[in-house]
Write a protein that binds this ligand. Structure first.
Ligand SMILES: Nc1ncnc2c1ncn2[C@@H]1O[C@H](COP(=O)(O)OP(=O)(O)O)[C@@H](O)[C@H]1O
Ligand SMILES: [Mg+2]
Length: 467
């Protein structure tokens, strides 16, 4: 039997052909005629419901499946989509539709899908949902700000006022501009403000505008649409502003942002919407902006390198942090704070202290790298000292040229010389008194409180011969 020439088939064979088509459908199919008599089911229907053809074909549907709603469809001619049914342990979803021929309703068809597949899919969906929420949580911790105002040490040089203003700023949504040299604690302040704000449990996203290549910064900040670049990711890319949504974005070194992008940033700040690169639509965002710079923005404005309108937009709250050399009173407290941290983290739980000559060097030093340099210096010295005291000699070599260090070194050299000279004189005197025989030396060693071997070593060290 060949089915190649459809039109050449007998009626019976054509019917077989249609039946085969319906049998191949991966959904359960049941067809009734206009008298509600079941005329056809396919194997998938049997698989889902457990009802075999001999038990149902040729019989009234109401009799064999009393709960079936297909008869209603036959009555009102209306489709029914996604009707849930459960018989015994079997759950499935049914779509029902009238069958029309030349405007006459000649029957109705129901298509059912077993829920095992739906359950498997929904389980998979649940798993993915869990994964997503775990990832979200991870992302939250990844982008959390560490520091609070308690961890900002010092009060000198207006730091107290800056902290006061920072705390006030935290409760508002206003933009903040933090100005200060590198290492003065600008990011520390930004984190503290975020953590004291109602956004504390939302992301804190630090962005260093100077470290992202100019060609990438727009798409890094605002994201891009799918297919924007040849290397673009499927589904596009989330920008940092979107990641920071409902949280805070910290735009460090804002003075390095190109003039072009400054205009785009201004738009985002004014409209609270952003447009991904290559996308037409705008997206609503809610991001608190804290910007920082170590540049003189007024000078940049004069040189037309920074937009004045953006400056005023960002500078609603202005925090200035002075360099460490202008607030030296705080050095001892900051040192203690850093040493304490070392004590907590050291295995021996030993507490470290700064020798006063080291503190004197610190007070005289001008700390171009500010608190960051101070911290690094202490970290280095803690590593170098074998005791818990940090002496000038434990400091990095750039401190060795300091005059205080030199005079200190001089004193300790003189002291060493004096000690050695005294030691030599005492030994000569004792040896002279006792004589140079072996027994005499033994006695001398006893008087000096050292072993004979040590006495010989000392004599060798000071080039002392026999008497
Ligand atoms: N007042 C301060 N008290 C304690 N630690 C500080 C203080 N200021 C700065 N630091 C520390 O100094 C380092 C540099 O601070 P950071 O905020 O990164 O500076 P900036 O952003 O201005 O370059 C960080 O380790 C920070 O914790
Ligand atoms: Mg910084």
């Amino acid at each position: 039997m060949s089915y190649e020439n459809f039109k050449g088939l007998s009626i019976e064979d054509q019917l077989e052909w249609y039946k085969a088509a319906i049998y191949s459908i991966h959904d359960g199919v049941l067809v009734i005629d206009s008298k509600e008599i079941v005329r056809l089911i396919n194997p998938e229907y049997t698989r889902i419901t457990g009802v075999k053809p001999k038990d149902i074909i040729g019989k009234p549907l109401r009799v064999v499946r009393p709960k079936a709603q297909l008869a209603e469809t036959l009555k009102d001619g209306k489709e029914r989509i996604g009707v849930y049914r459960k018989e015994g342990n079997v759950e499935y979803v049914v779509d029902m539709a009238p069958i029309l021929l030349h405007d006459e309703m000649i029957g109705a068809v129901s298509i059912c899908k077993g829920l095992t597949e739906v359950h498997t899919l929904s389980k998979e969906l649940e798993k993915n949902k869990q994964k997503l929420s775990q990832l979200k949580e991870k992302m939250g911790t990844l982008y959390q700000a560490k520091y609070t105002f308690e961890q900002i040490i010092g009060t000198d040089g207006g730091l107290k006022d800056a902290a006061y203003l920072g705390k006030k700023a935290a409760s508002s949504n206003l933009p903040v501009l933090i100005v200060g040299e590198s290492g003065t604690g600008k990011e520390l302040f930004a984190q503290a403000i975020h953590n004291a704000s109602p956004r504390a449990d939302r992301p804190f996203i630090p962005v260093n505008c100077a470290s992202i290549p100019a060609s990438l910064i727009e798409s890094e900040l605002f994201g891009y649409a799918e297919g924007t670049f040849t290397s673009a990711k499927k589904g596009g890319k989330l920008g940092l502003f979107e990641i920071a949504n409902s949280g805070t974005i910290f735009l460090d070194e804002i003075g390095e942002l190109s003039y072009d992008l400054q205009a785009k940033l201004l738009r985002v700040l004014q409209e609270n919407t952003l447009r991904r690169v290559g996308e037409a639509g705008e997206r609503q965002i809610d991001v608190r902006v804290i910007a920082a710079t170590n540049r003189d923005l007024h000078q940049l404005i004069e040189k037309k390198r920074f937009r004045e309108d953006l400056y005023y937009r960002l500078n609603v709250l202005h925090l200035e942090i002075l360099p460490l050399r202008k607030r030296k009173q705080d050095i001892p407290d900051i040192v203690d704070y850093i040493l304490n941290k070392h004590a907590i983290h050291s295995e021996k739980e030993q507490s470290y202290e700064l020798h006063e000559s080291t503190l004197a060097i610190f007070q005289a030093y001008d700390w171009v790298g500010n608190v960051r340099e101070l911290k690094n210096t202490i970290d280095f010295a803690v590593c170098m000292t074998d005791t818990n005291v940090i002496l000038p000699e434990h400091l990095p070599s750039n401190f060795h040229s300091s005059t205080i260090y030199k005079s200190n070194k001089q004193t300790s050299y003189l002291l060493k010389q004096a000690v050695e000279e005294t030691e030599r004189n005492v030994i000569i005197e004792v040896l002279k008194k006792h004589g140079s025989e072996l027994d005499d030396k033994k006695k001398a060693a006893k008087v000096l409180g050292v072993s004979l071997a040590t006495l010989y070593n000392i004599m060798k060290k000071y080039h002392i011969g026999d008497f």
